[in-house]
Design a protein around this ligand. Sequence first.
Ligand SMILES: Nc1ncnc2c1ncn2[C@@H]1O[C@H](COP(=O)(O)OP(=O)(O)OP(=O)(O)O)[C@@H](O)[C@H]1O
Length: 535
Amino acid sequence: MSSTPSGGGSNEPAAVELRGITKRFPGVVANHDIDITVAPGTVHAIVGENGAGKSTLMKTLYGMHRPDEGTIHIRGQEVRFHSPSDAIRHGIGMVHQHFMLADNLTVLENVVLGAERRHGIGRKARARIQELSAQYGLGVDPDRLMEDLGVGDRQRVEILKVLYRGARTIILDEPTAVLVPQEVDELFDNLRVLKREGLTVIFISHKLDEVLSVADDITVIRRGTTVATADPRTTTARQLATLMVGGELPVPELRESTVTDKVVLALAGVTLLSAEGRPVVDDVTLDIREGEIVGIAGVEGNGQSELIEAIMGMRRASSGTITLEEHDITHWSTLRIREAGVGYIPEDRHRHGVLLDSPLWENRVLGHQTRAPSVNGPWINRPGARADSERIVAEYDVRTPNIDVVADALSGGNQQKFIIGREMSGNPRFLVAAHPTRGVDVGAQSAIWEQLREARAAGLAVLLISADLDELIGMSDTLHVILRGRLVAEADPTSVTPEQLGSAMTGAGLDGAGAHTEGDSGAEGTHSNESEDGA
Ligand SMILES: Nc1ncnc2c1ncn2[C@@H]1O[C@H](COP(=O)(O)OP(=O)(O)OP(=O)(O)O)[C@@H](O)[C@H]1O
C-alpha cells in the first residue's frame, strides 16, 4: 500500500516537502519526525485519528506554528515562515473550517479585504475576481451579497480569496463537514479543475470514502507521525480506517426501536422572528418521545440553529409553546432548562461548548455550575469536578496529558468527546445533539453512536441535527426536513438515501423513499424573498 506520491514522475520539484517536522507543546509531541511530499498538481489528503497531529502540521505549513525541528521546502526552496503572511507570499493558502467572511459585505469586498494592495478595491479587482472565477470554474459573482449565498458558494468564495492572494497550494481543513452530498460533488469538481490548472490541494478529512474518491495520494498520520502513504486506487475505506485507528469502519445504525408513547419534549406552533420580522422558525410542531431520536435535516441556515436556541432558552419564541414533560419551558432560562435535565451538545463548540482558556476540569463545571458533582451547595466542588473529569477522559477516550491543561490544547475531536461526556453525565431526560460527531475520527464516531444508542435504550429523548446525512439517516427514528424555518417533509429513515434527503433539503422535494410532505401543500415555495438563485 505504500507508494511514492503521484504526479507524473517528472523532475518538477515537489509543491511542498516537509522533512522531519517535529512540533512539541508542553507535555505533548504533536508532530514527530513527519515526512510528507506533495506532488504539484495533485490532491493530497491527510487522514488520522483525533489528536493525531493533522491541524498542527497544517498550521506549521501555513506559518501559524514554527517547527521545533525539520524543514519545509516549497517548490524545491527551503523556507522559514514566521507568520501566515510569509506562507501566503510563498503561495500557500488555507481555507479554515469556519469561514471567515463578513455577511453584510459583497463577495468583492470580502475577497479584497486585507489584500487591497493587489488590485485595489474597484474595477481591476472585480475583473481579477471574474477572471479567476472563470479560470477555475468557481461561478463566483463579485457583486453578490455574502448573506445571500449558500454554504457551497461561501466555500468557493473562500477558495477564490486565497487564489486572489496568489496561492498555488491550498490547504482545506475538513472542507466537506458542512456540505450536503450535492455540494460535496461540486467541491470535488472544483478541486479537479484546480488540479488541472496546475494547483495543488492538501486537505484534511475524516470522511474516508470521500478521501478515496478525490485524492491522488493519502498520508496517514497516527500519534503525531506519518505511518503510511496510501494509494487511493488500491486502498479501501476499511483498510484506511485500520491504518488510522487500528479499527473497523463504524456504521451509524439504530437497530430495534425503543420509542415509547411518552412525549418528553413537545413543540407546538413555535415561531421565531428575525430582527426584520421575518420568520426564521416558522410554526414548528414536533413531539420527541422517550427512547426516540428525532433527526432534522437541513442546509445550514434554515432555522435549525434558532430552533435549538429556542429550546435551550437562548432565544425567545415569538409564539408557540415548548413543553418538557409536564413543564411549559417556553420562558425558562437556559440554566433552569439544563437543571430540568436537558443536555446540550452545541453546534459551535467554541462559542457554547468550552472555555478555551480554562483547564479541562473547570470546563466540566461549565453549564453544570449548580449541580453535583461539580458543586456542593453554593460551593464549587473541586474534587468532585476533577474526579468526574477523570471519569469522562477515561470513558470517552479523551486524549489529553491531564485534566489541568486548557481546553485549547486539545485537538478539536478531543474537545468534542469531552463535551459529549459532560452532557451525557447526570442522565439527562432530553438531549439536543448538534453535529455530535463533527470532526471526530471514525473510532470516536462509533463510540459516540454507541453512547447515543445506549442512552436512547435507557429512555433518553434526542433531537439530532447533523450535516452528516449518513449519521442522520442511520441514527434517527423519525426524520424531518427543515427548509426556511418550516418542517417541509418527513422522510422514512429506513429507506431514504442521502441523495434524496440532500435534494429535499435544497427544496427540490423528496421523491419516493416513503416520504411525505408536511403541513400545507407547497410549503417549499412560500417564502420567496429568500436565498435562492432564481437561475
Ligand atoms: N496550542 C496547543 N497547545 C498544546 N497542545 C496542543 C496545541 N495544539 C494542539 N495540541 C496537541 O497536539 C496534538 C495534536 O493536535 P492536532 O489538533 O494537531 O490534532 P488533529 O489531528 O488535527 O486532531 P482532530 O482530528 O481532532 O482535529 C494533540 O495532542 C493536541 O492536544
